[in-house]
Design a binder for this molecule. Structure first.
Ligand SMILES: [Zn+2]
Ligand SMILES: [Zn+2]
Length: 153
């Protein structure tokens, strides 16, 4: 028995996006699908709208930046992606996963972004939530500084 391709599985991000579009009475256009694929390929992570647009153009797709931007906003509204503030004047986007949360180490000189997770940090934030009578589901944390390469320069 061959397992069904992962992106066809029920409850997959792709099928959720389809359901979201249907519920919002929006068409599942080629562009929306292309933008979705760029974000969910996760390589590289944390693309911004202009980068998604560039990548699609480089692959020969004629899409407008405005459409890419609107599609990314739709993905955030559907809960399939989150927008990140990496200290620039635009948002970066990453797919929502089942991970309970992660942080980003953002280099202020080269702009490189690394992800990290830490058990103790999660426990600490959960305690903060308890004290504030707030149920934490996940967290996103941005830490700004200098990466190893830039620090050693
Ligand atoms: Zn750096
Ligand atoms: Zn991330």
């Amino acid at each position: 028995m061959t397992p069904a391709p992962r992106n066809r599985a029920k409850g997959s991000p792709r099928s959720k996006f389809g359901a979201f579009l249907r519920a919002a009475r929006l068409k599942k256009t080629r562009t929306r699908e292309l933008v979705f694929n760029e974000i969910f390929s996760r390589s590289p992570l944390h693309l911004n709208a202009a980068e998604v647009h560039e990548r699609l153009r480089a692959k020969g797709h004629r899409v407008s930046l405005a459409t890419v931007y609107r599609t990314l906003k739709l993905m955030v509204r559907s809960g399939l992606a989150s927008a990140l503030d990496l200290g620039e004047d635009h948002s970066h986007y990453e797919p929502e996963t089942n991970r309970p949360g992660h942080g980003h180490l953002i280099c202020l000189s080269c702009g490189r972004v690394r992800e990290f997770e830490h058990q103790e940090l999660r426990a600490l934030l959960a305690r903060v939530g308890e004290a504030e009578v707030f149920h934490m589901k996940k967290y996103s944390l941005q830490v700004f500084g200098a990466c190893r390469e830039c620090r050693d320069k």
